[in-house]
Design a protein around this ligand. Structure first.
Ligand SMILES: Nc1ncnc2c1ncn2[C@@H]1O[C@H](COP(=O)(O)OP(=O)(O)OP(=O)(O)O)[C@@H](O)[C@H]1O
Length: 942
């Protein structure tokens, strides 16, 4: 395939190489051909330019002639008339400009140049005529509106035809033009749409001043050959592009066929002036240099107006316009000027002729060049044809070679495809073989690895089981070790504790010793004095060392004795503390486990003194245990007036003047019992408004005072090794339901709390109750405030909550003595009962009735429980469960507790009945003997 390509590609390369010279030759020739005309044109252009360099453009020559004429002296009047036009001419006809820019600046003789020449001419004419018409003397002599310079402008237009070559170049036609050979009727006839001006001489009917006589017109046409223009009003002033175009040409007339230039209607507007202008050449004497070939004949009739002319009607008119002499004089001057002008134009015409000849020569040269170029073109065409033939042959060859190459490429492609298919098939078979072989090997390897993995797994499982058993053994060992260490730790802790206790004891001993030492140091002073005396004595006796040593020995012995004595005293103190507790409780027991105090509240300011009950306190100064309630006066059957005297005796009676502090002094020993590990219950019983809350929960009531005392006592006991924790609850029993007064007030009467008793330990717990750790005495105030707030929320107007429910403040006191190892758990219950007044069931309904029933039931249950306890039957039934209150206070009412009841008395006469009822109930309680209280204390086993 590659070999064949190698064969084909050189052939193509050869063909291309063969083609390359042909193409390059063609390109060269084509470029030559392309260049040839350009060169020819350039040559032609340069030839033209060169010719232009030596030739003056027609306009230039004309201008030159004009400028030359300007150089000549002229009469003042003529000079004045020509000045405007002459002033504009030097710009175009400046000889210096012509010399310097003849080659580069002079425009070629093309239509553009021609048009520019025309525009120049027209502008010159317009400028020259306008001032002349305004200021020229001619206008003043001939008449109003006449334009004398129109005669001057007309010859200029004849010179402005700047295109000397070609018959189509329009040339200015004027009356003075002598180029008869250039005129052609056919050209004149080619103009279309131009207004025709009749050549028939007509007199302007509207001419106000003078007129050309028929004889004059005739004479002009025949003798001079200059067309006498008779212009109708409609044609005058019309924007005809050329005046000549409006003049019909006559073969007899020497007038040029065309007049170039812009329309000049103002020139011809005045018939009189026109007539005078065209009549001026008639005075020419035939020696003019305008054109030798154009003879002018003197007109046979007079031209100018005279006094004897046809205007007879003006005979009566006199004035300067009829001054014949001055008029002739001015006309002579004008004629002279005109002649000079004509001479100049004749010269210009000669120059134009020369230019035309020059152009003709140039045209012939250009034609020769054109012929040569034609020959060259023909030759190149022939060559181009031959090259095209060669190219088509080469292309044919190339196509054939390309076709051969494509065939070869197709063959090779087909062959390669077949080879590719076969090799693909082979490789697929080989791949399949290899894949099968590898799959076999992979299966074999997988089997091998599976076996190895299983072996490894079995070995690992064995090792794992060994490890597991080993670890189990280790765990067991470590557990045993751990237990042993735990035991050691417990032992160590115990040792540590005993060591700490020893340390404390040692510290105490050291302290005692220090005290002894201080005592001894006092003694030592005495001793020192003794020593000094002894020294003196020794010195006196000189000798007696033995006595000295004995003396020291005695001192040491004294010190040891002092230490021993101190230790013995400490031990005695501890024993005394235990004894104090024992004796204290014995005293309490002797006082009775249930005691009743009676307190009479003072009358309030709002209460009139006349309504007070007469009360007497017979033993007020001694024991203050009795109270006499003197009843109202009663008339006897014999007419005598008697008073009923009700005497009650309690453990203590507080008269109205007694303050809370004094009351608390009496109960403080019970609070101490709670610290010592007893269950203490203090409750206030009495009718509504008798002063229960004031005694129990006021700012200086029993609850705050009890807490403060507990703190102070606990702090004092710390020295003796006691550490106390205090936890408080505040609950309410309302309608036989238990409420948490320290909990959420919204849950009051909604949340259920259960009372649970630990019969073995003698402990009571309440479910879901808020427990507050009383870390400081101030905490109790917070507790009381919260409880009061909660009760206020639950209260209604008709139902004062505090009067209709029982509140119980429970303070659990747990103490530990780290020296003796003693532990105590006591509970102080401070109960504010609901109003005890007997409520009539008949009057109450609804909630009120329910409340009444519950209060009555709970209070009677309390009496029943106390009565049952008073019976003292071992294992007798105590109806604690009859009410929530008694059930809650189960472990605080009875053998293992100390109970104190305050019976609160109102001093009001109105309340006397209820007062008597309360006092009677209290007397029953007081008469009840409850068994010996047991201390809830445990002593560490040592
Ligand atoms: N010892 C006292 N000294 C001065 N004022 C007292 C004394 N005892 C009670 N009071 C006043 O008597 C009024 C009634 O007392 P208190 O509210 O304690 O009665 P209560 O028995 O608790 O009534 P309730 O059963 O409605 O709660 C109160 O205004 C209280 O301040």
């Amino acid at each position: 395939m590659e070999g064949e390509n190698m064969v084909i590609y050189p052939r193509l390369c050869d063909l291309q190489m063969e083609l390359t010279p042909v193409q390059s030759q063609m390109q060269t020739r084509a470029s030559t051909r392309m260049r040839m005309p350009q060169a020819g044109l350039r040559e032609a252009s340069s030839a033209m330019t060169n010719s232009r360099s030596g030739i003056m453009a027609p306009g230039t020559i004309a201008n030159k002639a004009m400028s030359m004429s300007r150089m000549e002296p002229s009469p003042p009047m003529a000079q004045q008339a020509l000045t405007p036009s002459a002033a504009t001419r030097p710009k175009a006809a400046n000889p210096e400009t012509r010399r310097a820019g003849s080659v580069a600046r002079q425009p070629p003789p093309t239509a553009k140049t021609h048009s520019r020449g025309n525009s120049y001419a027209s502008s010159t004419m317009s400028r020259s005529t306008a001032p002349a018409s305004r200021n020229g003397p001619f206008s003043s002599t001939v008449g109003p509106g006449t334009r004398p310079t129109s005669a001057m402008s007309r010859p200029q237009s004849s010179f402005n035809g700047r295109r000397p070559v070609g018959a189509s170049i329009p040339r200015a036609a004027s009356a003075l033009d002598t180029h008869m050979e250039d005129t052609s009727p056919s050209v004149l006839g080619k103009r279309k749409g131009m207004p025709q001006i009749s050549l028939i001489p007509t007199r302007a009917p509207s001419c106000p001043v003078g007129s050309v006589t028929p004889g004059l017109d005739q004479g002009w046409n025949e003798a001079s050959g200059i067309a006498a223009l008779s212009i109708s009003e409609g044609s005058v002033g019309s924007p005809t592009p050329s005046i000549a175009s409006t003049i019909p040409w006559s073969p007899r007339t020497p007038v040029p066929r065309e007049i170039h230039g812009t329309p000049k209607p103002p020139v011809l507007r005045n018939c009189a002036s026109s007539a005078s202008l065209f009549t001026t050449p008639m005075r020419y004497d035939g020696t003019s240099s305008i054109s030798p070939r154009r003879p002018f004949k003197k007109p046979s009739i007079p031209v100018f107006l005279t006094k004897e002319s046809t205007i007879r009607s003006f005979d009566h008119v006199t004035g300067p316009e009829w001054d014949q002499d001055s008029r002739e004089k001015s006309l002579d001057m004008l004629m002279t000027t005109f002649m000079e002008k004509m001479n100049q134009q004749g010269q210009a015409s000669t120059g134009l002729k020369e230019t035309v000849d020059l152009y003709k020569t140039r045209i012939s040269d250009l034609e020769t060049s054109r012929d040569e170029l034609k020959e060259v073109t023909i030759t190149q065409r022939v060559e181009l044809d031959s090259l095209r033939n060669q190219l088509s042959t080469a292309e044919q060859t190339l196509k054939e070679a390309k076709r051969d190459h494509e065939i070869a490429v197709d063959d090779l492609d087909q062959r390669h495809r077949i080879e590719l298919d076969s090799s693909k098939q082979l490789s697929e078979e080989e791949t399949a073989n290899i894949t099968a072989r590898y799959q076999d090997e992979a299966r074999e390897l997988r089997r091998k690895f599976d076996r190895e993995i299983e072996d490894e797994k079995a070995a690992r499982v064995r090792a794992l089981s060994q490890l597991t058993s080993q670890s189990a053994l280790d765990t067991q060992k470590s557990q045993i070790e751990l237990e042993r260490k735990d035991r050691d730790l417990v032992t160590l802790r115990e040792e540590l504790r005993s060591l700490k206790a020893d340390l404390d004891r040692e510290r105490k001993t050291v302290q005692d010793l220090k005290q002894n030492l201080e005592t001894l140091s006092g003694n030592s002073v005495t001793l020192e004095s003794s020593i000094r005396a002894l020294k003196a004595h020794i010195e006196f006796l000189e000798g007696g060392r033995e006595e000295q040593s004995k003396s020291f020995e005695r001192c040491n012995q004294q010190m040891r004795d002092a230490f021993a004595e101190t230790e013995a005293i400490k031990e005695k103190l501890r024993r005394e503390e235990t004894l104090r507790r024992k004796l204290h409780n014995q005293v309490q027991e002797l006082k009775g486990n249930i005691r009743v105090f009676c307190r009479v509240r003072p009358s309030l300011k709002s209460e009139p003194s006349s309504d007070l009950t007469l009360m007497q306190y017979p033993d007020e100064t001694d024991d203050a245990k009795e109270i006499n309630i003197i009843g109202p006066e009663e008339k006897g059957s014999l007419g005598g007036v008697t008073r009923k005297n009700n005497t009650f005796s309690f453990d203590r009676v507080f008269n109205p003047s007694t303050q809370n502090a004094e009351v608390f002094d009496e109960i403080s020993q019970l609070v101490q019992s709670a610290l010592d590990g007893y269950n203490v219950c203090i409750f206030c019983y009495g009718q509504t408004g008798s002063g229960k809350t004031h005694t129990m929960s006021s700012v200086d009531g029993m609850i705050p005072r009890a807490v403060h005392q507990i703190y102070e006592t606990a702090k004092g006991l710390e020295e003796k090794g006691w550490r106390y924790t205090m936890a408080g609850n505040f609950v309410e029993v309302y309608n036989e339901n238990l409420n948490d007064l320290l909990g959420n007030p919204d849950e009051l009467d909604k949340k259920k709390h259960e009372i649970r008793h630990d019969m073995q330990r003698g402990k009571t717990t309440i479910t879901d109750i808020t427990t507050v750790n009383l870390d400081s005495p101030q905490m109790v105030e917070t507790i009381l405030k919260n409880a009061d707030a909660n009760r206020s929320v639950a209260a209604t107007k008709a139902n004062e909550r505090s009067s209709r429910s029982h509140s119980v403040f429970i303070l659990k006191l747990t103490g530990e003595n780290h020296i003796t190892g003693e532990r105590s758990e006591g509970t102080l219950n401070l109960v504010d009962l609901a109003g005890s007044e007997r409520l009539s069931h008949s009057g109450a309904t609804g909630d009120r009735l329910k409340e009444t029933q519950n209060i009555n039931r709970s209070l009677s249950s309390l009496g029943d429980v106390i009565a049952a306890l008073g019976q003292g039957k071992e294992g007798g039934h105590i109806p604690y469960r009859n009410s929530k209150l008694t059930y809650l206070l189960q472990f605080s009412l009875g053998g293992n507790s100390k109970t104190l009841m305050f019976v609160m008395v109102s001093p009001l006469q109105a309340h006397m009945s209820e007062t008597l009822t309360s006092l009677k109930f209290a007397t029953k309680v007081h008469n009840t003997h409850i068994g010996t209280a047991k201390r809830q204390a445990r002593v560490r086993d040592t």
